[in-house]
Every structure is written in structure tokens, then in C-alpha cells.
Design a binder for this molecule. Sequence first.
Ligand SMILES: C[S@@+](CC[C@H](N)C(=O)[O-])C[C@H]1O[C@@H](n2cnc3c(N)ncnc32)[C@H](O)[C@@H]1O
Length: 263
Amino acid sequence: MQALLHKLPPSVTALLLQVAAAALTLLGGRALEFQFTPLSFALACGLLAASFSHLAGLARWWLFIQLCFAPALVLMLAFDIPPGIFLTAFLIMLAVYWSTFRTQVPLYLSSNKVWNALENLLPSHSGGGVGGEGFRFIDLGSGLGGVLTHLARIRSDGHYTGVESAPLPLLWSWLRCKPYRNCKVHWGSIWDEKLAACNLAQYDVVFAYLSPVPMERLWHKARAEMRPGSVFISSTFTVPEQTPCQTLEIDDLHHSTLLVWRM
Ligand SMILES: C[S@@+](CC[C@H](N)C(=O)[O-])C[C@H]1O[C@@H](n2cnc3c(N)ncnc32)[C@H](O)[C@@H]1O
């Protein structure tokens, strides 16, 4: 059963476990002839769903969500909030997080200290890139464009590309990049082979701050496409069984680490 659940995205597993918890609470209540209030029903569902999630091996933060989901639903309904507010909140979250339920890479941002450390990992002189036209840098999953615009300002001899799948961060970063002639963001998935920007052969530096989930796949892509001598940098998330050439500990709030591989 656990093996079957592991094949599903965690969000689908969580939903199935919520349904199972609600069904079991309902059946248990009937069998014991116990009259639940809406809140006690929700609390029982939450406790069961969190226990099932623990047994199913979901990450710890999911247990908290599973525990609070049904009680929060009941409390929210009690406040009689207009449904339009929920719809608006849902649409904003959708535009920000988009396919996170599938990619398992949410939006969180690199710190200014990471931006500064990246400056030292760029090719050191002008003309260092393909054809002597300045180096090329890509941020895979470029979020709000902070990495790109910082580097475009500090090192104007480079060309900066971002690929971002979520619409609202994409719009934000597009506006942010507009003043820079050497900075461009594309809407799409980093795995889309039809998106020319995603071919890593054209870059001198490839940067990614994603999550543990796509790292193995990304490593295979990098190995297949990147040119010898180019640099692959992952912030915080390592590649299973691949020792980086260089590791930089960053003294920021997230205790970020920059892992550097020279291809
Ligand atoms: C952790 S954030 C990093 C943002 C930015 N690179 C930074 O360092 O501040 C990861 C971003 O990758 C985006 N993302 C996740 N999977 C993606 C995919 N397959 N294709 C394109 N973007 C993706 C997410 O929407 C999110 O904005």
C-alpha cells in the first residue's frame, strides 16, 4: 500500500488519506452511535488523516496540513466569509504556485547573499562566452527574477535568461527584467524540449534553486547538454551521488549552500 501511495504526487496521497479519514470517522461514529458536532468530526478526521499520513511516509510538514485541514475548513465556514474571497485567494495562489502540486518545486527566493556569492562564480572577464560575445547565464525556475536582475546590473557583460512556469512570478520578473537589454525571461517548463531557451548547451553558467525532487533528472539533462568547461550551480539541493567540485556555505537565513560542478 505504501509503495502504491509513493507513486502518487504527495498532494494526491494527502487528499486520498483525507477522504479515507472522513469515511472512517463517519463509519466509526455510526457504529458507536456517537453524535459528532461539526468541529469534533473535523478534529477526529484531522487526527486520523495525520496518523495515516505518518504511516504512509509523507513529509513531516504534510502531517501538520493534514491535521489542520478539516478543522480549519469548519472554522472558516463558521465565519461565513463570502465565497468570492476564497475564489480570489485560490486564483492568486494558483497564479503564484501553478503546477507546484506536480513539480514539487514551490516559489521561495534566493537571498541577497546568494546573489552576491553568484557574482564570484561568473566567468571573470568580458568575451568569456560562446563566440566571445559575453557569457550566458540561465536561472532554471527564475521566480521573481531577483537573481537575473541583480547579476544583469552588476555584470552587464553577461546575457541572462530565466525560465519560469508560474504566471504571476513570470509577469513580475518580466516587468523587472524590462529595463535590462541583457536579461530575458521565458514562460514554460525547464523540461520543455521545444523551448529553445531550455537547451543548456548555450550557457556558460546554469543556476537552479529548485527542490530535492527534480535534481537527479536535472543532472542528467545538464550532463547531456552542457558544454565542457561550463558551470552548473545548484543552490541548497544536491544531486544524489554526485560530489560537487566546490561548496560555498552562505551565511543567510536559510543557511543556503551553493554546490558547484564544472562540467
Ligand atoms: C525555489 S524558486 C527559485 C526562484 C529563483 N530562482 C530564486 O533563486 O530566487 C523555484 C521556481 O521554479 C519554478 N519552477 C518549478 N518547476 C519548474 C519547471 N518545471 N519549469 C519552470 N519553472 C519551474 C517555480 O515556479 C519557482 O518560481
